[in-house]
Design a protein around this ligand. Structure first.
Ligand code: IVH
Length: 682
């Protein structure tokens, strides 16, 4: 049983399996869930749907309940999420940041209400709030000033994201309001990204050749865990506060008092929060919010009901990972049944082949759907969907609609079993498989990949062709003005004038910037080619090793593997790229068009830098952090972001931070920027 890769979620009746089987399944489930927690919480790139994950989790809970002997302190059912990654400093929360039990149906919610009423011996009042689909954070104010903030992590310890939180406008540097602020206030809230800001951010990312975020939650989580706060500043992040973890110096007795206080202090609360005093109220609130959901400018996936009075909460207590005084009530995923007409294969701008279900158009929660993704070949097989079948389709938030399952139907003619084509449906090149996915290797000539590749080629971090943005490239491709990336160099002013929004002057400008991009350093050029797995850093590592394009073209996979940072997937991908004759044809065409790739300067290793680790603190006068780091690496050293026993030098700029104290403690050599610049010159 492997629950890591495309896990099966149909299980045999729990009463019919042996203890041995149960033990094996428990172990496999724990491993699988840990892995998916890691992808979701740490890497922000889930591989399975929430529904699938929930089924795995539920099965594990059931098995543990039936076989108490298999219980384990470290089981995923006993904690909230995965361990935080090591890169950001870990920090202990003021109080456990618990998770919420969730009901999917009215029955589950009624059961919660019933048990609360029973334990409290009376009618409880609730605070009903939207359940945000964002990233949970702890924010601490000391004597009214913003002190620190962290991610939820495993619920007990999270990652210190103080600097990133500071860049969010709605996280105030000081509490407002009359009177003395609490000596210590630790609050819990949710950082989220609004739908509009998310679309805009993704548009910019695509323009720059970066992968777009899958959804606003991933975008918010990805940004918050950035090591460099500069990359977070100015991003459309927002926060709503909804809970107290600790408060010294202020007596607060209920959720509504807390929310009122939050407002006075300037801690943003959600305008949809309501007090409910009966189950009917809760039900109405749930219905109203479900109706409103689509129109809201941020994503919510349910409501949360929290017992109002803190004294009541105390009476109710908590479970291992969730309180007994609160419960989420999720919204129904938007699903409809329709007929699958055909399974087409779509080639994405990165060359990935995706099976897509073409459907009889159907209205799913107010949006007409006629296509839905089937993700990959294995998934189509597992779901066993074929043309002619009735299928259930689901649309969750802003993500692409997906086929959930086949709905059984007697009789009726079924089409053929699906098989991934061996050749790219767009250009005919032989496709290759990596993990569960298939790719077309002809990145430079395949029509389907064209606009994405050219957009990346022209982006600021690649060939940096000014005025050649996303829309312009798409229009060029649509109008057949370019058939491959090399064609851009042949475009005349009179051609460019045909593009929307271009007149004589702007067309001349664009032509000039295209023409002036003909000289590029090898690493930049290599990066610009959008080779699968070759980002900035790997492009530089490879370029430094081979120094000329000719040598890279001839490099065998086994040679590439010898470079320390180049793993199997990368080596394979690079050699595959250069083995594809269409790619070579386009490279030659680029050469003929006048593109000159400059030889890569070798790594100038300096004695003082070799094998040494540098850390920076404070603002440097002449260099940005990234430039300084690059210089260290180019000189043969290593740049790290935090001080440890392995640090050799701490370079101190204006207004240094806490790293200075740490460096003193670890007896790290401390140097000023001036001295650092001198070292670089020698
Ligand atoms: S209260 C102990 N209120 O839902 C109570 N949580 O697993 C804990 N969430 O990660 C949380 N909206 O980040 C609360 N209005 C809200 C919320 C909310 C979203 C998140 C929370 C947690 C998840 C539940």
């Amino acid at each position: 049983m492997d629950f890591k890769k495309d896990p099966k979620t149909k299980f045999r009746n729990i009463d019919k399996i042996s203890r041995k089987e149960a033990r094996e399944q428990v172990e496999a489930l724990r491993e699988g869930i840990n892995y998916h927690d890691y992808l979701y919480y740490v890497k922000n790139s889930p591989r399975i749907s929430d529904a699938k994950y929930d089924r795995l989790f539920k099965r594990l809970q059931e098995l543990e309940k039936k076989y108490p002997g298999l219980a384990d302190e470290n089981s995923p059912t006993k904690r909230v999420g995965a361990e935080p990654e090591d890169k950001l400093k870990k920090t202990k929360h003021k109080a456990a940041m618990m998770s919420l039990n969730a009901a999917l149906k009215e029955d589950g919610m009624k059961e919660f209400h019933r048990s609360v009423r029973q334990k409290l011996d009376g009618k409880p009042a609730y605070s009903a709030e939207p359940k945000f689909d964002g990233m949970s954070v702890e924010v601490i104010y000391k004597k009214g000033g913003f002190a620190t903030g962290s991610t939820r992590g495993d619920g007990k310890k999270g990652e210190d994201i103080t600097k990133n939180l500071k860049t969010i406008g709605s996280v105030l540097p000081r509490l407002r309001g009359k009177g003395k602020p609490p000596s210590l206030l630790s609050v819990r809230g949710e950082v989220l990204m609004r739908k509009k800001g998310f679309q805009e951010l993704n548009r910019k990312r695509i323009e720059k050749g970066q992968d777009p975020f899958a959804n606003p939650r991933n975008a918010a989580a990805g940004l918050l865990r950035q090591l460099d706060p500069q990359k977070v500043a100015g991003k459309p992040l927002d926060v709503y506060f909804y809970g107290i973890l600790e408060c010294r110096g202020e007596k607060i007795g209920s959720q509504s008092e807390a929310l009122k206080k939050f407002n006075e202090w300037g801690l943003k609360t959600n305008p949809e929060n309501r007090k409910c005093s009966s189950f009917r109220d809760l039900k109405n609130y749930h219905r109203r919010m479900a109706e409103k959901r689509e129109k809201m400018d941020y994503e919510i996936d349910g409501i949360v009901a929290k017992v109002e009075k803190f004294s009541d909460r105390k009476k109710l207590g908590v479970r291992e990972r969730s309180p007994r005084w609160a419960q989420a009530w999720k919204f129904k995923p938007k699903q409809e049944v329709t007929t699958l007409k055909e399974i087409a294969v779509q080639v994405g701008t990165t060359g990935m082949l995706t099976p897509v279900a073409l459907l009889d158009p159907v209205d799913v929660g107010g949006v007409t759907i006629s296509r839905a993704t089937l993700h990959n070949e294995d998934e189509v097989r597992e779901k066993d969907v074929r043309p002619g079948d009735k299928v259930k389709v689901e649309r969750a938030g802003d993500v692409i609609p997906e086929v959930v399952k086949k709905v059984s139907k007697k009789g009726g003619k079924r089409g053929k079993k699906f098989k991934m084509p061996r050749k790219c449906p767009s250009c005919g090149s032989k496709v290759f498989r990596e993990g569960a996915y298939y790719f077309c290797p002809a990145g430079l000539s395949c029509g389907a990949q064209m606009s994405g590749r050219i957009i990346h080629y022209a982006s600021g971090e690649a060939m940096d062709i000014e005025h050649l943005g996303d829309r312009t490239v798409k229009e060029m491709v649509e109008k057949d003005m370019v058939k491959d990336v090399a064609d851009i160099y042949g475009l005349k002013v009179r051609d460019l004038k045909k593009l929307e929004g271009f007149a004589d002057k702007s067309a001349k400008k664009l032509r000039r910037s295209i023409q002036s991009s003909k000289k590029a350093r090898l690493d930049t050029f290599l990066y610009a080619l959008s080779i699968h797995h070759v980002g900035h850093h790997i492009a530089r590592v490879i370029a430094e090793q081979y120094r000329t394009l000719e040598k890279i073209k001839k490099a065998e996979e086994s040679d590439l593997r010898k470079i320390p940072e180049v793993g199997r997937e990368i080596a394979k991908s690079v050699s595959r790229f250069f083995a594809e004759k269409d790619n070579i044809r386009i490279l030659d065409k680029l050469g003929k068009a006048g593109v000159k790739v400059k030889k890569m300067p070798g790594k100038r290793k300096k004695k003082e830098f070799r094998g040494k680790t540098f850390v920076f603190t404070g603002e440097l006068e002449d260099l940005t952090r990234d430039e300084a780091k690059e210089k260290v690496e180019r000189s043969g050293g290593r740049a790290a972001s935090s001080v440890s026993d392995n640090t050799d030098y701490l370079v101190v700029g204006e207004d240094p931070g806490s790293k200075l104290q740490r460096a003193k403690k670890h007896k790290v050599k401390i140097i000023k920027e001036k001295k650092f610049r001198k070292m670089l010159k020698t």
